[in-house]
Design a protein around this ligand. Structure first.
Ligand code: TRH
Length: 365
């Protein structure tokens, strides 16, 4: 992790779910406890071992302490396991199930690669690829079994009060902005400032604050700041514990999300969203972005589909955002209606943690 939280975010979410919903003893090795503390505020980065939320969290230090491997070993996001640990795995009887948990992609090849074995070149170990995904035949997406209960208990009014947000104005659109730095940000903010309907933009503390402050003519911004700029109100929110991030999505009419985990949570929220994908070399990410849009937009009225494609591409390229906004804003009611249909479709794949447990118990000998 380098000022990104997706990797630890997915691992922490999965670990908690395996522990609390499946009753599994989970050890989570993290190589950057300081960054992880942003999502897990009770974490003490000075401790090499601690128990939080039913999960044993261990500092991934070099050399790794001698420890007997669990029945299942998951290397997430291409993490290479230390040689000494692999050797300990090879000596286990029976040998642990060894999973390589991959990044999420909506590309077609994922279904064909999900579950494939990959023997270790030297040791008697076989690693299996486990791909999150959108379709039946992939590992699915992480979704807690009590998600609907949590959502049902959510009150937008209580959320506003807890954050001491200004009272809702008639016709106001509430937007969350959790995104990477973007040269198009000033353009979008200017558009919202000039819009006929008020826009309340909730920005979690993070890397876009300097750019945002510069646009607003301020030397800096911090959690709690509320700035009124014509029709736009910008409210800076504290970065909250991971389990509380969903509430921000539920509270808003439109969510800007990024990376992997917040992108998935926006889909469960079933509300219109804009995905800022994590940039890769040679624009490989744009292929992934297109693959997702192709799936997500099936069944949507063509003009709304076109509006979403244009706006998402403009946002990800960092240009043409103002030109693409009016049509996108106009299509939000259709996208709002589409959200629950999409979320229901995703649920047909089953949740990733349950799929993973079944895969380890049933499909790996
Ligand atoms: O932080 P990210 O950009 O993570 C990225 C991507 O996952 C990318 O694929 C990966 O390769 C790179 O990290 C290293 O975005 P993401 O995935 O949405 O993760 C953010 C996490 O932060 C997510 O779990 C939600 C959580 N979060 C909170 O816990 N509290 C908050 O207040 C906010 C705004 C987010």
């Amino acid at each position: 992790m380098v000022d990104n939280y997706g990797d630890v975010g997915v691992c922490w979410r999965l670990a908690r779910q395996l522990a609390t919903e499946h009753g599994i003893a989970v050890r989570l090795w993290i190589d950057d406890l300081k960054s992880a503390r942003r999502l897990i505020p009770s974490l003490d980065p000075a401790l090499v071992r601690q128990l939080i939320g039913g999960v044993e969290i261990l500092a991934w230090i070099d050399p790794l302490p001698v420890i007997s491997p669990g029945a299942v070993v998951i290397g997430a996001f291409a993490a290479s396991l230390p040689e000494s640990f692999l050797e300990a795995m090879a000596l286990c009887v029976p040998r642990p199930a060894w999973i390589n948990l991959e990044y999420l992609s909506a590309e077609d090849w994922v279904t064909g690669c999900h579950g494939l074995p990959s023997p270790h070149p030297r040791l008697p170990l076989v690693q299996h690829f486990f791909f999150p995904g959108l379709d039946v035949g992939t590992g699915g997406l992480l979704r807690e079994s009590d998600y609907d209960v949590q959502r049902g208990a959510f009150s937008r009014e209580a959320f506003r009060q807890a954050l001491e947000l200004p009272p809702e104005q008639p016709g106001e659109r509430m937007v969350s902005l959790f995104t990477y730095e973007n040269p198009a940000l000033p353009e979008l903010l200017e558009l919202w400032s000039q819009s006929s309907a008020p826009v309340c933009c909730l920005v979690p503390e993070g890397r876009i604050l300097p750019g945002l402050a510069a646009h607003l003519g301020l030397s800096g911004l911090r959690a709690g700041d509320k700035i009124l700029h014509e029709a736009l109100t910008v409210c800076v929110l504290p970065f909250v514990e991971q389990a509380r991030y969903d509430a921000l999505l539920w509270a808003c009419d439109l969510n800007f999300v990024r990376g992997e985990d917040s992108f998935v949570r926006a889909q469960w929220a079933g509300l219109p969203f804009v995905w800022h994908i994590y940039a890769q070399e040679e624009e490989a990410h744009l292929v992934k972005l297109q693959a997702f849009m192709d799936r997500y937009l099936v069944g949507i009225e063509p003009s709304a589909a076109r509006a979403l494609r244009d706006f998402w591409l403009a946002w990800n390229r960092g240009e043409g955002v103002a030109a693409a906004w009016p049509a996108f804003a106009g299509s939000l009611p259709l996208l709002e209606a589409h959200g629950p249909t999409w979320s229901a479709r995703l649920q047909q794949t089953g949740d990733l943690a349950s799929n993973l447990v079944r895969f380890c118990k049933v499909e790996i000998e």
